[in-house]
Structure formats: C-alpha cells, structure tokens
Write a protein that binds this ligand. Sequence first.
Ligand SMILES: [Zn+2]
Length: 321
Amino acid sequence: MTAKRMLMNKVALIYSEDFKKLDFGYGHPMRGDRYEKALREFEKMNLMDRLLMDKPDAVSEDILNLFHTPDYIKKVQEVSRTGSGSFGEEVPGFKGIYDIALLSVSASVTAADHIAGNDLCDVAVNICGGWHHAFENKGRGFCIFNDIAVAANYLLKRKNIKKIMIVDYDAHHGDGTQRAFYNCSSIYTISFHQDPLTMYPFITGYEKEAGEGAGEGFNKNFSLSPLCDDDEFISKFDQLRLLIRDFVPEVLILQMGVDGSRECRISHMQLTQRAYDYASKLLMSLQKKYRYKILALGGGGFVHPMLGQNWGVQIRNFIEG
Ligand SMILES: [Zn+2]
C-alpha cells in the first residue's frame, strides 16, 4: 500500500441500478439515465476502485414519517399505483414513482448510516438525492420526497447527532430544507443560489430570511447575481469558514447540485469546474480542523458529461482530502 493510498479518506458511494427509474419522461430535464452517465464519468476519472460501494438498505414507509405527513405519503402511493396524477409544480406522476422515490430516500439514509454508524466513513455520497424543494406535504420542483430533511431528522433523532449544518450550492434556493428547519437551532441551513428574484422558487431565498423562534440565526441565504462567476461564488463561499468555526457541526450535509454550471441552461449562472473544485476542497480542509462527517447528496445538473465530471471532481476531493 502506498503512502498516498493510506492517507485517503474513506468515502462510500451508495448506488443502485434502479436509480434510472426516477425518470419524469420525455422532454423533462430529470431523466433516469443521469446517474449511470455520471458513474461512467467517475470510471473515466478512476474513482470507482477508490470508493466503498454499497447499495441502499431496504427501508419502510416509517422512514418517511421522519419528515413527511401521512396524507402526502398516501397520495404519492396512490399516484404510483394508478400512474396518473401529479404533485403540483413540475412533478409529473408515473407508475412506480413511490418505490423509486423511497429508494432515493433510503440511499440517503444508508449513506447517513455510513457516517454515523459502526463502519465509519469520512464522507458518504448519494448522487440520487438532494431533493431540496419538497415540502412535508407537497412535491415541488422535480422533488418528490425531501431526502435531506429525512436524513437530517434521522441523524438527529435516531443517531444522537446534536448539530448538523446543511450546505446547499445548487443554483436554486433550497426552500424545502429551509422551511423544514426554520425554527430549529440544531440544524443550520445555508444555501448559495441564483438571486430568487430571477429564478425558481422566486418567493424565498432572500438574505433577510434568517430563521425564526429557536431557529433565529440558524438559516442563511447567499443570493448570487444571475450571471455569477467563479470569483463571486468563491468569495461568498469563503464565508463558510467563519460559519463552520462558530457552529462546529458534527455532520455537514452537502447538497451538491451543479446546475449553476455555465453549461447547464436551467440557470443563468456561469460557474466552471473551478468553483466546485474550490468548494469541495475547502470543505475537506475545514473537515480536518473541525472533524465533522460529510453526507453529500446530489441535486441539479442536467447536461452530460458536465454532471458526472463536476460531481466527480468533488468526490475526488473527498477521497484525497
Ligand atoms: Zn437546481
């Protein structure tokens, strides 16, 4: 074993061939082939033999109750059975939608087990996760269940984790996650995104939203200019140094959406791989200092091979530290 190999971080990738079933159909940006296409890029980058691969554990409906309302879960099950209906904004229903949505959540929970269970990893990744727009009672913005909120509550309530920071650099505001923990001081939610005056979800994501009640001071939004470039992103992202120093999370959940890439036309942002490389390196250097675990979940990004390459560069940084 070389010295370099010994120094590598232990990084788990939770993956299932069935992720491809999460497909909203012809013409929708969220296509089922994005996960295997990303995996092919990881292979080209020689990442696969450096990762601990695992499949999602089977979980029951019970896990969804950690965040979602019983009525909403029932509604998704019903649409899944009949294959007709939808959940509102940009979430068309299809046959089997419940099973694949549950699989996606279970992959995030399995990843959480890898950083908070017995077989401890430094980082665990689920690229079929990061569904930050879903509310407790509603699917929104391509998101059926909010695996971030479920995993955060799972860590808090079942794994005895006391302090979690959620960092979201998808181009869109992480509104479902903000709403989930707006009154909570144990979970600090931070989102970097294109100015919501110019993009979905429009109504939230402004810098004045700072949390309420016990959660006051534990929510932070960085509203980036519509044509945000690497330099602007990096200068804002650097502010995390102080936020992490002051909060000292035990677990950092990362929503690593890469739809702020200049190649992805769903946003106007102009980021290149340099931004994602910088962000993930910074999180790893701070991890050494503050010793938190990282749960890295997917998110937006709808152009290939950009998606796999930009996720891949982050995963490589997780491995190499
Ligand atoms: Zn997005």
